[in-house]
Ligand binder design. Structure first.
Ligand SMILES: NC(=O)c1ccc[n+]([C@@H]2O[C@H](COP(=O)([O-])OP(=O)(O)OC[C@H]3O[C@@H](n4cnc5c(N)ncnc54)[C@H](OP(=O)(O)O)[C@@H]3O)[C@@H](O)[C@H]2O)c1
Length: 222
């Protein structure tokens, strides 16, 4: 059974830990501090292992990063070399400060992550669902009301691995293309943090316009 490292033990990291453990995966979670600081943070998540970021990455077959966007550059890139890395992060200017290359659409958030983690196989996934919905919305394979989640990446094998992960933990997947296309499910796009089935999600990705944001408040935050 696959082992997943989760970097970041906040709302999203903890929600993903519970989701993956429910599906039988092994999980090790880290934050930026001494790992003892995590004991109480994950005490309600039975079976969740704790470690430093380096320990978690070493332990893992797949890494999921769920930290504030501006903290990405604090990660040691070499540690992630040849790893499949799920970038679950989003850019919120009011939280992260204005980042000009994103504001002017020169690059996507995940391309920036991939630039920093230069030898990792970065896949954007698990960013367009609220932490609070992760366990609640998961459904068995072939359930008619199964929610679909978007994915993008430049490495076909890595993307296939994460599509399998989505399926294992309770979600269909819709492939939005390369990391350069992942703006289609960034914050304030029609596919962002709204529960949609596969056909609806494909239509929402298609309907996205780079310069247009959906009304703020039409999705819930984070
Ligand atoms: N919350 C959601 O519903 C949701 C949904 C989808 C995507 N996201 C995205 O996921 C990311 C995390 O969101 P969140 O709501 O989970 O944030 P959060 O609750 O503030 O948690 C952030 C976590 O990251 C850790 N962290 C910070 N810097 C770190 C570093 N350099 N190395 C390792 N760990 C570090 C923090 O712990 P220490 O500060 O103690 O190290 C904390 O455990 C954001 O980009 C967010 O937009 C969130």
């Amino acid at each position: 059974m696959k082992k997943i490292a989760i970097i970041g033990a906040g709302y999203l990291g903890r929600g993903c830990a519970q989701l993956f453990l429910n599906a039988g995966y092994q999980v090790m979670i880290s934050n930026s501090r001494d790992k003892n600081s995590l004991s109480s943070v994950v005490s309600g998540i039975v079976g969740c292992q704790i470690g430093t970021t380096e320990e978690a990455v070493d332990f893992s077959d797949i890494v999921l990063i769920a930290i504030p966007f501006t903290q990405i550059t604090a990660l040691t890139a070499d540690a992630f070399s040849k790893k499949i890395v799920i970038d679950a992060n989003n850019y919120y200017p009011e939280r992260d400060g204005q980042i000009e290359v994103l504001d002017t659409h020169q690059i996507t958030t995940s391309e920036l992550v991939a630039k920093h983690l230069r030898d990792a196989y970065v896949v954007k996934a698990f960013n367009a669902i609220l932490a609070a919905d992760l366990v609640k919305d998961a459904r068995p394979k072939n359930d008619q009301n199964r929610r679909a989640l978007p994915i993008a990446g430049d490495h076909a094998d890595a993307k296939a691995e994460i599509i399998r992960l989505y399926d294992d933990v309770g979600y269909d997947a819709v492939d939005a293309g390369k990391l350069a296309d992942s703006w289609r499910f960034e914050r304030a796009k029609p596919a962002y943090c709204i529960a949609l089935n596969k056909a609806e999600l494909a239509a929402a990705l298609q309907a996205a316009q780079r310069d247009k944001e959906v009304a703020h408040g039409s999705w819930r935050h984070n």
